[in-house]
Design a binder for this molecule. Structure first.
Ligand code: UDP
Length: 239
């Protein structure tokens, strides 16, 4: 990495909702493009980047289950939704000249590569951005957990969570105007205060593998690159 850059290999988790922009559903191409710009900027710093993309903008298992569908089936539909998002992110990155590979936890051989850990690492070593699709491949999990899992498997030195606001707050700053932002938290703080950062299994996995979680805003241009250099506004979660 370039001088001043603190991380060598990172995983960025982007939720499906972040790709929705101001729409109620689906993908906003402008938003996908913005996220792709952020990723391109960070790869230009010499940081190896992989991505886990959510699917909540298209389908969530819980919602399907509430509608009477079997939970596992609904979750598979949610995982398929993440593949759609991953392909859209791949296309946006490649248009900008960033070389990418999509790897799906549910093999889909005519669409993308299957998830193969060592191959994913090799892609990153060659400077390609690897986009992990279909979450963990298992129902009853989330893409947050997939992000912590893949970050552990890839030996990432940070897990980045792009959110609607510039860090973790004492309450939802969009609803509670005097909510305060944390600069620093421990994994246990997040779990015991039940702060809505990532789900508990994701936090536990990151904790076990000592991967710091950095929470920053997806809406601030250049924020991802700033965070890589330890600048800008973000919350860092460590031991
Ligand atoms: N999902 C799953 N297993 C996984 C990851 C995701 O079953 O390992 C399903 C689950 O139904 C979830 C949906 O895929 O609701 C979309 O993922 P998620 O809700 O995590 O997306 P995000 O909130 O990040 O947009």
């Amino acid at each position: 990495p370039r001088e001043g850059v603190r991380y060598k290999r990172v995983l960025l988790k982007v939720s499906g909702e972040a790709l929705m922009g101001s729409r109620d559903f689906g993908l906003d191409p402008g938003m996908v493009n913005e996220v792709a710009d952020e990723v391109k900027e960070v790869t230009a710093l010499g940081v190896q980047v992989c991505l886990v993309i959510g699917g909540g903008n298209i389908f969530r298992g819980i919602k399907g289950a509430a509608g009477g569908m079997e939970r596992a089936t609904a979750d598979y539909m949610g995982m398929l939704a993440t593949v759609i998002n991953a392909l859209s992110m791949q296309s946006a990155l490649e248009r900008k000249g960033v070389s990418t590979r999509v790897q799906s936890a549910i093999p889909m051989s005519s669409v993308c590569e299957p998830y193969i850990r060592r191959r994913a690492i090799r892609h990153m070593e060659k400077g390609r951005v690897v986009i992990f699709a279909a979450g963990t491949g298992n129902p009853f999990f989330t893409t947050d957990t997939a992000a912590a899992l893949r970050a552990s498997e890839m030996g990432c030195d940070a897990l980045l969570k792009a959110t609607q606001v510039d860090g973790v707050y004492t309450a939802d700053p969009k609803k509670v105007p005097d909510a305060e932002r944390y600069d620093r938290l421990t994994y246990l703080d997040v779990l015991s205060k039940d702060l809505q950062v990532m789900d508990a299994s994701a936090i536990s996995l990151a904790r076990e593998n000592r991967i710091p979680i950095l929470v920053f805003s997806i809406h601030t241009a250049g924020a991802f690159a700033e965070v890589m250099a330890g600048r800008g506004r973000y919350t860092i979660i460590t031991e």
